[in-house]
Ligand binder design. Structure first.
Ligand SMILES: [Fe+2]
Length: 192
């Protein structure tokens, strides 16, 4: 007996939507374990000295990606200018931007507006910071005067993950399982 049948037995409201979904809708997706911080270490993609990202999903057709950023130890990470909005949910440790007086800690939500340039810093005494970033558009690495030095977006993140997963033995195709939209390859249990 399915869960839905059991539910329907005791609740007459448990009736699924009866009409077709709209034309053009992309497929839904479930990635079991895909949002777990405690996971196969190979899923953490090295991004620099003591810095890693763990992709949750990529949406190349919509121009955004969701990933955890993990930093071990204090220091300055990067100065960058966003061309899209960012939503940040902090899980461990603290972090801040030199341009603001607030400090984000576990349980905090932060919004980064499109157009803003800021400098990400992990304060002294923080052994590990883990934050989930929902990044729309991309961002440009800049010097203090705003001169461009590089960029990052869903495509650079996907490429970095493909290369690392290929080297680590997970396989470059692993990334396809994390793609939202028609180019995705569906389900994969990444908890094991
Ligand atoms: Fe940022």
């Amino acid at each position: 007996m399915t869960i839905m049948t059991q539910l329907a037995d005791r609740d007459a409201r448990a009736v699924p939507y009866q009409l077709p979904q709209p034309a053009g809708m992309v497929p839904d997706m479930l990635v079991p374990g895909g949002a777990a911080i405690e996971c196969d270490e190979r899923l953490w993609v090295p991004q620099g000295d003591r810095v890693w990202f763990r992709p949750v999903s990529f949406a190349p057709e919509q121009g955004f990606y969701i990933n955890y950023l993990r930093v071990r130890g204090a220091g300055v990470l990067s100065r960058h200018r966003h061309n899209g909005a960012v939503h940040a949910f902090t899980y461990r440790g603290t972090w801040r931007y030199l341009e603001h007086d607030w400090v984000a800690g576990p349980g905090d939500y932060a919004f980064e507006p499109p157009g803003e340039t800021h400098t990400l810093v992990i304060p002294d005494g923080v052994s590990e910071m883990i934050t989930l970033f929902f990044v729309t558009g991309g961002y440009v690495y800049v010097d203090p005067q705003g001169r461009a030095m590089g960029y990052e977006d869903v495509f650079t993140k996907m490429q970095a993950a493909r290369e690392h997963y290929d080297r680590s033995g997970l396989g470059a195709g692993y990334v396809d399982r994390l793609i939202i939209g028609r180019s995705g390859k569906g389900r994969l249990d990444v908890s094991r």
